[in-house]
Design a protein around this ligand. Structure first.
Ligand SMILES: Cc1cc2nc3c(=O)[nH]c(=O)nc-3n(C[C@H](O)[C@H](O)[C@H](O)COP(=O)(O)OP(=O)(O)OC[C@H]3O[C@@H](n4cnc5c(N)ncnc54)[C@H](O)[C@@H]3O)c2cc1C
Length: 485
């Protein structure tokens, strides 16, 4: 296939689809407004500390590996990943602690201490595994906006799991029914945040997210999350993908049902096919200028954002790579995020320390703490005040639960607010995952991977089907590749 392809954005979805199409003989050009690739997957060097600034949890590395295999290469020559023995270390407000071991048996042993019968957790995880294995082809690896997906193999396979989808119940309701008032309800409710949603409203179908970590494990690149981007850019460059960094796409010119021209701040280009990897709402607002589409998308609830402190700390903890300190009132926290659009008075704090794998990320005796709380989308809140409020809550919580007073131990501090996320990646309102999945029909309401209006326009990345997060962005690239075929 000798077509010319123009891609707007070099997020992981844009990179993956660039590689797939280059492998099929297309001539691919990627336009990235920033000076560096990767979008939300980025890195920060600060006074001797290195931080991954965006995603930290890496599941389903096989989806990255597939890109190297398609190219006839060995991923290990580009990117080495290690499996994490503990996927996350959970601390509850009452002092209870659960280590989520990758090894399922070990995890089940651990949760028995939380008063859960083995069979209850085993059945729960088996159920999520069943739902994922039977429905992922339909929901994640094909376009649910094409009739052929319903009539084909993926549709038939998912029919067998319909009775387990649980779409009319919320994640929380199902988890509460299963685990009652034990810590496991909160632990499994948390998976709603993996696509920026609210466990009290997101459909229980999404409980299958837990399948990935608990049945398949979590991984980490030996040179940090940004190593994934470096590896993909290297592969893409070898396949002659042409990168134009610091070149923002300003406009698409159309004629009838076709995108005719792609116009950047520097020049004008013609492509057979254009693929958008930028946030889809921003795309209709800033690039295609389609008021009707924009109005429709703007009515839908956005996913949550994040407030992150990058702290270089002058001590060594006994924490793991991923750690969660839960709030005492999870319902109030989500009410704040999605209803009041502000921080509640108690927050769940996530601490990610890549130094636990990448020794060079901080010097001896020090650690790089990426400390994040879920934040509401940016609707013009006073982020200086919000930041101060969250910082105090976080420091207090760390002191109370981990018995560590960080005052005096923080050597360097950088901060990223929802406003910064929007500025750096053009994600509307700083949402991490496009629209939220709060509702039984959310999966079907996501923007398709193709345009119904323009025959040569496609969409990839976290703001379109099947959704946000690294694995789903990689799945969207696979879908676009199939659609262009
Ligand atoms: C703080 C944070 C934590 C996260 N944690 C996790 C996690 O632990 N695990 C996980 O799997 N996911 C996580 N995510 C989500 C994950 O990072 C995203 O879903 C994914 O990286 C999005 O990739 P994408 O392909 O949609 O592109 P994006 O990363 O959104 O990149 C889009 C690119 O398009 C460029 N662009 C936009 N407009 C234009 C234009 N007009 N012209 C040219 N270029 C343009 C942008 O500059 C950007 O580089 C997190 C995200 C954040 C921000």
């Amino acid at each position: 296939m000798n077509r010319t392809i123009g891609i707007i954005g070099s997020g992981i979805g844009g990179l993956a689809v660039a590689i797939r199409l280059a492998l099929r003989g297309c001539s691919v050009t990627v336009f990235e407004q920033s000076a560096t690739p990767g979008g939300k997957i980025s890195t920060l060097a600060s006074n001797g500390f290195r931080f991954d600034t965006g995603p930290s949890l890496f599941t389903l590395p096989a989806l990255v590996e597939e890109l190297f295999m398609l190219a006839g290469k060995n991923m290990n020559d580009y990117l080495r990943v290690v499996s994490l023995p503990v996927t996350c270390n959970y601390f509850f407000p009452d002092g209870f602690q659960i280590r989520a071991w990758s090894d399922k048996e070990k995890f089940v042993d651990e949760v028995e201490n939380a008063g859960i019968e083995r069979t209850v957790i085993e059945k729960y995880l088996a159920r999520q595994s069943f739902v994922y294995n039977n429905t992922s082809d339909f929901f994640l690896f094909n376009s649910i906006h094409k009739i052929s997906t319903y009539t084909g193999e993926a549709g038939r396979k998912s029919l067998g799991a319909l009775h387990r989808l649980d779409a009319l119940k919320s994640m929380h309701r199902r988890n509460k029914q299963t685990f009652g008032n034990t810590p496991l309800t909160q632990l499994f409710d948390r998976y709603a945040t993996y696509n920026g949603s609210d466990p009290y409203r997101a459909p229980a179908t999404l409980n299958m997210i837990a399948h990935l970590e608990h049945n398949t494990g979590a991984w980490f690149p030996v040179n940090g999350m940004v190593g994934i981007i470096n590896a993909l850019v290297k592969l893409a460059t070898e396949l002659h993908v042409d990168f134009h960094f610091s070149e923002q796409v300003k406009k698409l010119e159309t004629s009838g049902k076709k995108i005719e021209k792609l116009i950047t701040g520097k020049s004008e280009y013609k492509f057979d096919v254009v693929i958008n990897n930028a946030d889809v709402t921003g795309f209709y607002r800033n690039i295609l200028h389609d008021e009707l589409r924009l109005k429709k998308l703007s009515r839908r609830e956005r996913s949550s954002s994040a407030l992150i402190f990058y702290w270089g700390v002058n001590f060594e903890s006994d924490l793991d790579v991923h750690n969660i300190l839960f709030s005492a009132d999870y319902a109030a926290e989500f009410n704040g995020l999605f209803h009041d659009k502000t921080f509640a008075d108690d927050l769940t704090v996530y601490i990610f320390i890549s130094k636990k794998v990448v020794d060079t990320d901080a010097s001896a005796g020090k650690e790089n703490w990426f400390v994040m709380v879920n934040a509401p989308e940016n609707i013009g809140q006073d982020w200086e005040r919000q930041k101060e409020k969250a910082r105090n809550i976080i420091l207090e919580k760390i002191k109370k639960i981990l018995n560590v007073d960080l005052n005096g131990l923080i050597e360097t501090e950088d901060v990223m607010t929802p406003v910064d996320i929007e500025k750096r990646t053009s994600s509307v309102n700083g949402s991490l995952y496009g629209h939220s999945s709060n509702g039984a029909l959310a999966a079907f309401l996501r923007h398709p991977n193709f345009s119904r209006k323009y025959k040569n326009l496609y969409f990839v990345g976290g703001s379109v089907h099947p959704g946000g997060g690294i694995p789903l962005c990689l799945a969207s690239a696979k879908i676009v590749d199939q659609l262009i075929k």
